[in-house]
Design a protein around this ligand. Structure first.
Ligand SMILES: NC(=O)c1ccc[n+]([C@@H]2O[C@H](COP(=O)([O-])OP(=O)(O)OC[C@H]3O[C@@H](n4cnc5c(N)ncnc54)[C@H](O)[C@@H]3O)[C@@H](O)[C@H]2O)c1
Length: 326
């Protein structure tokens, strides 16, 4: 099959490209390398069935040209990471709204099936244990830049829903909960790669807030096969589907686990949200998915534990350090 992947050089995108190529598909990737990196695609750079185009999803002509003739489109490109959203809010809104509209329009015109990345941020401050896809969104003021990411992704979901109902688009929306693993960068606010890097460097692990906030982390390699199954499952079209793990851990306990796993002597330090993110930042105490729908649609059950994830991230980080060493 001919497949188009936006955000191909990103963390999830690069793992997906590898999986698609190993399944025999022809893959065209598009990425502007804003948070993605060419090194993420090292293993497939010379693959005869892979082509990466450097460019933006904001370029409607390019998106339409690359989508033509494809049967499937995976739309993963987005402005991602709390620091990116805070520091480049306008650009992020444009990418996440207009860029997505370009991809949705192109997929519709090409008659391709679309899988589009959304986020657990959609649920905002709803702290229900086991969030299901129909649960209400509890979102702070749109004037707090943190929520602009959730607002943009929610507009994307509504746009896809409207294209599906009015223009016949076949699409599945994926609400990723914290997805982690090798190649995720800690530079833009992701906690596991940041803690791992700090622990390996012997620096204090900086916990934002009290550290009592609870999250669930899912290995990227548990998520990838679910993406390729869901895009091929007609019962999933027209739906938003949660993908994540439901093993909760506090950020304090996560920091301790990473210190032990890296045999580090690092301490844990605390940074108030105000210092980490500036004024007006809001966070949610906990976030945990219910993934019954994904299990029903494609048999999704995460296999890898948090220990597996941390081990894989440490190994990935050590490999990167080895590759970067003179
Ligand atoms: N990793 C997670 O925990 C998580 C959670 C929720 C949602 N998501 C969603 O999953 C998708 C992939 O995220 P990721 O974690 O791999 O992050 P990532 O930053 O590694 O990937 C995003 C990719 O999009 C590219 N990109 C950004 N703007 C672009 C543009 N205008 N044109 C072309 N490419 C552009 C970046 O360079 C990057 O390679 C995103 O849509 C994100 O919103 C991820």
């Amino acid at each position: 099959m001919k497949v188009f992947v936006t955000g191909a050089a990103g963390f999830i995108g690069s793992h997906l490209v590898e999986h698609l190529l190993s399944s025999g598909h022809q893959v065209t990737g598009l990425d502007d390398l804003s948070t993605g990196q060419l090194t993420n695609l090292r293993s497939v750079a010379d693959h005869p069935d892979f082509r990466l185009v450097q460019g933006s999803i904001l370029d409607a002509g390019l998106v339409s040209e690359l989508t033509a003739g494809c049967q499937q489109v995976y739309h993963l490109a987005a402005a991602v990471g709390s620091f990116v959203i805070r520091d480049r809010t306008l650009e992020s809104l444009r990418t996440n709204i207009h860029g997505t509209e370009n991809v949705v329009e192109a997929a519709t015109s090409a008659g391709a099936v679309l899988l589009s990345a959304s986020t657990s941020e959609i649920y905002g401050k709803n702290g229900k244990l086991g969030l299901t896809e129909d649960d209400d969104r509890i979102i702070g003021s749109p004037l707090k830049s943190r929520w602009s990411y959730a607002e943009a992704k929610a507009i994307d979901e509504s746009l896809i829903d409207a294209y599906a109902r009015e223009r016949g688009l076949k699409a599945v929306i994926i609400r990723f909960f914290n997805t982690v693993g090798p190649r995720q960068t800690g530079r833009y606010g992701m906690v596991i790669p940041r803690f791992t890097r700090q622990a390996l460097a012997g620096e204090p692990l900086t916990v934002y807030g009290t550290g009592e906030q609870v999250r669930c982390f899912c290995h990227v390699l548990d998520v990838i096969p679910a993406l390729t199954k869901l895009i091929a499952t007609p019962a999933a079209y027209g739906k938003a589907v949660n993908l994540g793990n439901n093993e909760p851990i506090s950020i304090n306990d996560l920091a301790k686990l990473i210190i032990v796993a890296t045999h580090s002597s690092s301490a844990i330090s605390y940074t108030p949200y105000l210092d980490a993110y500036g004024p007006g930042y809001e966070d949610m105490q906990r976030r945990m998915p219910d993934c019954t729908l994904a299990k029903t649609l494609c048999g999704f059950v995460p296999q890898r534990t948090l220990d597996d994830i941390i081990e894989a991230v440490i190994e990935g980080e050590q490999n990167e350090r080895g590759a970067a060493a003179p």
